[in-house]
Write a protein that binds this ligand. Sequence first.
Ligand code: ZN
Length: 155
Amino acid sequence: MKTTLLSLLGTVALALSALAHGDVQLGPNGGRILELSKNETMHGEVTLVNGVFHVALLDRDMKPVELKEQSLAVTGGDRSNPKKPKVEKQGNHFVFPALQGDEYPLAFQFKESPSAKVVIARMTYDATTCSACKKPEWVCACAAKENEKPSDKKK
Ligand SMILES: [Zn+2]
């Protein structure tokens, strides 16, 4: 009895957290949250300012983390011809120029220190405005957005 109830509770909890998070999690500055650790202790918050992506590091409690020996490499754009924008450190952020186009995947390779294992996070940049919240899709946290997004088939 006990195990049945526990596993049932576990299923409900999983379903709830999936609902709460959706595909997109937003940070304290309205940016897109990336998981940069295996245990939720390091996050990146991605914002786009005047054609430049900023990646701020946040801890478990979404509080800013000082940029020291962490490193970040970015790959993105067309899968058949991926680009590697130059990532620099500016103040307490990583910055890199936005790529061409309104929709493309980005992969982030993050290292907490030179000897640390690489953690890879992915997101899709999508500049399409969400009809519900009026924000670009890549920072839209509306649930079930996949259903309302028209499939774009140009063939
Ligand atoms: Zn939305």
